[in-house]
Design a protein around this ligand. Structure first.
Ligand SMILES: C[S@@+](CC[C@H](N)C(=O)[O-])C[C@H]1O[C@@H](n2cnc3c(N)ncnc32)[C@H](O)[C@@H]1O
Length: 459
C-alpha cells in the first residue's frame, strides 16, 4: 500500500513558498498592522449593534478551517476570522491577549499570527496538546516509513477505561493497542506531535461512536458502519488513513506558518486542565497579571459537555476514568457556585419569570459562574473585554446573554463600544435532541454576538 500523496516531504515555510491560498492574496494590501484605518477610535461606535459577516471581513484567512485552525473538530470553536477582526481593530502588536475559556486555542493561534502575546486557560487538557501541535513548524518525515513503524510496534498500551469493549469491536482493540503503544513509548516529541491527531481520528473511526454527534454516543448507524468496515481489508484501510492524516497535519502546519505576519518572539502561557471559576477567585489581589485584551466565548448556557465530547480522546491520551470524572464535575454550568452580585436589570427580571427550580438553577449557576469569573478577571484587563456569545433560551424564554453582560459591565464602569452580530451560515453545533441540564430540546443559535467593552480609562 502506498501513500495517497506522492510527495510527502514538506519544506520549511518560507516567504517565497507560500501555500496557494496565501499566494492568491496580496498580503500587504489586506493587512497593515500599523495602519490607523483599521483601528477603532475609542467611543467611535457608540454602543451600536452592527451586522457583520466575519468570514468576509477577514479574507486574509482563506477559510474557517484553514491551517491548524482546522486541526481538530472542537465543539463551538471560534472561527479565526472573529479573533483576527478583533486584533486588527483593537489589538496592538506586543500586547497580550487572554482567553479564559480557550477551547482548542483559536484566540491564541490567531494572536500569534499578528505578533501578540497570549495566555490561554481551559478546563479541557486537550488545549495544551492541540496548541503545541498547531504552532509546530513541519519537518520533513518519511510518512510511509513512519506508518510502518507504528503498525509494526511490539509495545501494547490500552487506556484505563472500563467501557472499552462497549466502544470498540473486539478485533480492533489489539490493533489500536499496538499503535498507541508506539505513541506512548515514543521519545521523539516532534513525531508524537505529528501522529497525535491522526491517531485520535483513526481511533474514532474504528469506534462505535457516532461521528455525527459531538458527544460520545453509540448509535445503530455507527454500529452498521463498523460492521461494514470490518468486512473489508480494514487494516490496509487504516494504514492509508494514517498516512493521509499525517500528511494532512504537515500541510496544515505549513499553511498556518504561511499565514504568519510577524515572525518575532511572542510570550505564551497555556494553562490547560484548570478550572477558570476557581482560578479567577484565587487571582484576587495577586499582582503581575495584566492582559490588554480579554477575548473569549464562554460555555453556552445550554450545557454542551465539552469534556464528554473529548472523553474518547482523553482516554487514549492517557487520562484515567477518575481524572476525567473530576474534570466533568468542574464543567460549567454543572457545579455549584456561590451567588455573586449581577448588576443587570434584565438578569433580575428574567430570574423572576423562571419558576421551575431546575431551570432556575441552571440559569443562576451559569451567570454566577461566568459573570463571577469574568468580573474577577476584568480587574486585570487593561483595555478591552470582548465576549462572543449566542442568544439562548430556557423553557422558550429568550435569554439575551449579551445584554446581561453589557448591563453588568456598564454598571462596573466599562463602556459598551459596539455589538457585532454575525449570522451563522454553517456552524457545527451539537445535535443532541435534549439538553442534559434542562431536559429540554436544544435551542438552535441563529446569530452570534460579539460584545466589545472598553475600560473607561482607555483614551
Ligand atoms: C465555547 S467553548 C470555547 C471554544 C474556543 N473559543 C475555541 O475556539 O476553541 C467554551 C470552553 O469553556 C470550557 N470550560 C467549561 N467549563 C470550564 C471551567 N470551569 N473552567 C475552564 N474552562 C471551562 C470548555 O472546556 C470549552 O472549551
Amino acid at each position: 500500500m502506498t501513500s495517497l500523496h506522492d510527495d510527502h516531504r514538506v519544506q520549511e515555510p518560507s516567504l517565497t513558498s507560500y501555500s496557494s491560498a496565501v499566494g492568491q492574496l496580496p498580503l500587504l494590501e489586506w493587512y497593515r498592522p500599523t495602519n490607523s484605518q483599521t483601528k477603532v477610535q475609542p467611543g467611535e461606535q457608540h454602543g451600536k449593534e452592527v451586522e457583520v459577516v466575519f468570514r468576509e471581513l477577514v479574507p486574509y484567512i482563506p477559510s474557517t478551517t484553514y491551517g491548524t485552525f482546522g486541526l481538530y473538530r472542537y465543539p463551538a470553536k471560534f472561527i479565526p476570522q472573529v479573533v483576527a477582526y478583533v486584533i486588527e481593530h483593537y489589538g496592538v502588536r506586543g500586547h497580550t491577549v487572554f482567553d479564559p475559556f480557550a477551547g482548542c486555542g483559536t484566540s491564541g493561534l490567531t494572536a500569534r499570527l499578528f505578533g501578540l502575546n497570549y495566555e490561554l486557560w481551559d478546563l479541557n487538557p486537550l488545549l495544551g496538546i492541540l496548541h503545541e501541535i498547531a504552532i509546530t513548524k513541519p519537518t520533513p518525515v518519511d510518512v510511509p516509513q513512519l506508518a510502518q513503524k507504528m503498525l509494526n510496534s511490539e509495545i501494547e498500551w490500552l487506556p484505563d477505561w472500563n467501557n472499552l469493549a462497549y466502544w470498540f469491536p473486539q478485533e480492533v482493540i489489539p490493533f489500536l493497542s499496538h499503535l498507541w503503544g508506539y505513541y506512548h513509548s515514543c521519545s521523539d516529541e516532534t513525531i508524537k506531535k505529528l501522529i497525535t491527531v491522526p491517531l485520535l481520528k483513526l481511533t474514532r473511526m474504528f469506534s462505535y461512536n457516532d461521528a455525527q454527534r459531538q458527544k460520545l454516543s453509540r448509535s445503530p448507524k455507527a454500529m452498521a458502519r463498523i460492521t461494514d468496515l470490518l468486512r473489508g481489508d480494514w487494516k490496509s484501510q487504516a494504514r492509508v488513513i494514517l498516512q493521509t492524516e499525517i500528511n494532512t497535519i504537515m500541510t496544515k502546519q505549513l499553511e498556518y506558518q504561511s499565514l504568519m505576519l510577524d515572525q518575532g518572539h511572542v510570550n505564551v502561557s497555556i494553562h490547560a486542565g484548570i478550572d477558570t471559576i476557581q482560578r479567577s477567585k484565587e487571582l484576587k489581589g495577586e499582582k503581575g497579571h495584566h492582559w490588554h485584551l480579554l477575548i473569549t466565548s464562554p460555555p453556552y448556557l445550554q450545557a454542551q459537555e465539552y469534556i464528554r465530547a473529548s472523553k474518547i480522546d482523553l482516554f487514549w491520551m492517557g487520562y484515567s476514568e477518575e481524572q476525567i470524572r473530576a474534570l466533568r464535575k468542574k464543567e460549567l454550568p454543572y457545579h455549584e457556585v456561590e451567588a455573586v452580585p449581577i448588576f443587570s436589570p434584565t438578569f433580575e427580571r428574567l430570574r423572576q419569570t423562571l419558576n421551575e427550580p431546575k431551570i432556575l438553577q441552571v440559569y443562576e449557576r451559569y451567570f454566577y459562574s461566568v459573570v463571577g469569573a469574568l468580573t474577577a478577571l476584568s480587574e486585570h484587563v487593561q483595555d478591552y473585554l470582548i465576549l462572543f456569545v449566542g442568544p439562548a433560551s430556557l423553557r422558550a424564554q429568550a435569554i439575551p446573554i449579551d445584554r446581561i453582560f453589557i448591563e453588568h459591565f456598564e454598571a462596573l464602569g466599562w463602556i459598551h463600544e459596539v455589538t457585532l452580530i454575525d449570522k451563522i451560515v454553517s456552524r457545527v453545533l451539537f445535535r443532541s435532541k435534549k439538553n442534559p441540564a434542562t431536559g429540554l430540546e436544544d435551542y438552535r443559535m441563529k446569530t452570534e454576538h460579539l460584545v466589545v467593552l472598553r475600560r473607561n480609562t482607555v483614551s
